[in-house]
Design a protein around this ligand. Structure first.
Ligand SMILES: [Fe+2]
Length: 350
């Protein structure tokens, strides 16, 4: 039943005989439905196509458009309703034809009050059952949508918690994940990448350094350049990150994170991939990540200004960075750099 039981079935009675219509309407009134009448097939078809009826009671033999033609034309328009045919024909073939055209039952004329009551009662039960099923599916769909929203919300909350965890461990790079995500999204927009790819890169960018959770604090927060041994430990973070995220992320997201320190001509880590073997998301990440590293202050060096940073990026084009991405990245950065109002970006010097 519709919500709060307010639904009232709507019924169309089609018969050229005024008296028969009156008898049918009289019985229908006791079911509490809303009733409309038509005295011929043409009027009935017009009304049935304009309105939405739950049940149509239709005489078979009528002058002009008869019940069979009405039914066929009604069905051909793709309309749905419970159909109860009324026929005075003793011809079983006609009854079968009405069923073939989608009528669910028929009442034979002349009918008794009991026949009419029973036929209408059965038809109304089918109508109510259909409404119940429809309502059940709608409620079920609503619940599924609600659950999907909840799962999506929890998923993003989880990501946020993981970002806080990285930043709490490594306050020196606080805001790094957020800034890298912003820079990567500028480039994604400039390249006009599809929404699905953009989403993968967005999530990967937020969590690209999650593997640093496993790096000892004295290395992560060392206020000086790292030794070779310390750098070897740091270099494990893409693989460590993938291990942390593997239970909740698909491979596409993990691959972007795994390869975000690869270099265009090879020689990066962890696998020394080069060129097209490096996922596009990782190549975008490499630019965004390096841009942030260069423009961020370190204990052992000042931050670089935009001019110096662009010069260094150009210098590394074709060796570290995908040459196809560098110009769009610089274009996107120049376009967006003045729009930054997010705390944590104030370190950028033009
Ligand atoms: Fe990293």
């Amino acid at each position: 039943m519709k919500k709060n039981d307010l639904w009232i079935p709507s019924v169309l009675v089609v018969d050229d005989d005024k008296l028969i219509r009156a008898i049918i309407v009289d019985v229908l009134r006791s079911t509490g439905c809303r009733i409309q009448e038509a005295e011929n097939g043409n009027d009935a078809l017009e009304m049935a196509l304009e309105n939405s009826f739950d049940l149509i009671l239709c005489d078979v033999i009528m002058p002009g458009m008869d019940g069979l033609e009405f039914l066929e034309r009604f069905r051909n328009k793709g309309k749905e309703a419970e159909i109860l045919m009324i026929t005075s024909s003793p011809n079983l073939e006609i009854a079968i034809e009405t069923m073939r055209l989608g009528a669910s039952d028929f009442i034979r004329k002349p009918f008794t009050q009991e026949d009419l009551h029973a036929g209408i009662q059965k038809a109304m039960e089918r109508v109510r059952l259909k409404a119940l099923t429809r309502d059940y599916h709608t409620t079920l769909e609503e619940k599924v949508f609600q659950q999907e929203d909840r799962i999506r919300f929890l998923f993003y909350e989880t990501i946020q918690s993981l970002i806080y965890a990285i930043e709490a461990k490594d306050p020196y790079t606080k805001g790094h994940s957020q800034r890298v995500t912003t820079y990567a999204m500028w480039l994604v927009k400039e390249l006009d990448l599809p929404f699905e790819t953009a989403t993968e890169i967005h999530i990967a960018a937020q969590l690209h350094d999650i593997g640093k959770l496993g790096v000892p604090d004295n290395i992560l927060n060392k206020p000086a350049k790292l030794t070779g041994e310390e750098f070897t430990i740091i270099k494990e973070h893409p693989e460590e990150g993938c291990k942390i995220l593997a239970p909740i992320f698909p491979k596409e997201h993990l691959d972007i994170i795994l390869h975000h320190h690869e270099k265009w001509e090879g020689g990066g880590y962890p696998q020394g991939f080069s060129r097209g073997d490096i996922p596009l998301g990782s190549r975008i990440m490499a630019l965004a990540d390096s841009f942030d590293a260069m423009t961020s202050r370190r204990a052992y060096r000042r931050s670089w200004n935009i001019k110096e940073t662009f010069a260094e990026i150009h210098q590394c084009t074709g060796s570290q960075f995908d040459p196809e991405l560098v110009d769009p990245f610089i274009k996107a950065t120049e376009k967006n750099i003045d729009t930054l109002e997010v705390p944590g970006f104030e370190h950028l010097e033009h």
